[in-house]
Design a protein around this ligand. Structure first.
Ligand SMILES: O=C(O)CCC(=O)C(=O)O
Length: 245
């Protein structure tokens, strides 16, 4: 288990590229429990064909085109689960998990607070890509103020092996130094937005279950479609620095 003292963090890479891989942030037992919890959440909406909220958790369906607001390609097929912590004790505990908090703290956040938690499933063959975007543009209100005043860091944690073939998480290195591209929350989720960002330092880190990518809230990122027979699931968490106030 990672502790403050043995936490391996490549600061130079983080600062230059705006992202860094942390191997084995979560152990196999935790990953397996999170996968079971994700399956249980998915079972609750096994028959839905439109976006659905249950107990504060939002289930966004995966359409055939990848566009939001369209019917599910197959009943119960999901693209995103927002706020799994509202329905699952395990996901709720993850928001204060010492290993994740220490990793986020290592990026420079004095007092990290999780403001968004999600699961991003991508079904074998049917899961569509994610357009490149900067998360900071999708954070509003008090959380956005904290980000602008004190900073933030985002984390994705692989629940399955992730690579280019199954629509692994893609980062556009060094874009965290560029201004926010305002997508006005209305961008076409079936596109890739590739023309909007510099893709020169694009990478798709190969991740094993439990590995994480820490990335800057201004870093452009996305993912391709799942062309494999393997599903791909990620946990995504957005953190802001509560600072001293
Ligand atoms: O699922 C993915 O590959 C990317 C998800 C993402 O970037 C997001 O939900 O903001």
């Amino acid at each position: 288990m990672a502790t403050t003292s043995d936490f391996a963090f490549d600061r130079a890479h983080w600062e230059r590229e705006g992202w860094v891989v942390v191997r084995g942030l979560l152990d196999g037992h935790t990953v397996s429990a999170l996968n079971d919890a994700t399956d249980a959440l998915q079972e609750q909406v096994a028959d839905v064909i439109v976006d659905t909220t249950i107990g504060g958790t939002f289930f966004e369906v995966q359409s055939a085109s990848g566009r939001k607001g369209e019917r599910a390609a197959v009943p119960g097929l999901l693209r995103k689960i927002t706020g799994p912590s509202k329905s699952s004790a395990l996901f709720s505990r993850l928001r204060t998990d010492r290993r994740i908090v220490e990793a986020v703290r290592a990026t420079g956040l004095a007092s990290p607070r999780c403001v968004i938690d999600q699961v991003n499933p991508k079904a074998a063959r049917l899961g569509s890509g994610f357009p490149f975007h900067q998360d900071a543009g999708f954070l509003f209100g008090a959380a956005r103020e904290r980000l602008d005043e004190s900073g933030g860091a985002h984390v994705v944690i692989a629940l399955d092996p992730c690579d280019e073939d199954n629509g692994g998480f893609e980062v556009l290195g060094r874009t965290h130094h560029t201004p926010l591209v305002d997508l006005k929350r209305r961008y076409d989720t079936s596109s890739r937005n590739a023309g909007l960002f510099d893709t020169s330092f694009r990478e798709v880190p190969r991740l094993h279950p439990g590995d994480a990518v820490l990335f800057h809230p201004y870093l452009a990122h996305g993912s391709g479609p799942n062309r494999s027979d393997r599903r791909r699931r990620l946990v995504t968490m957005w953190w802001v620095d509560n600072g001293s106030g």
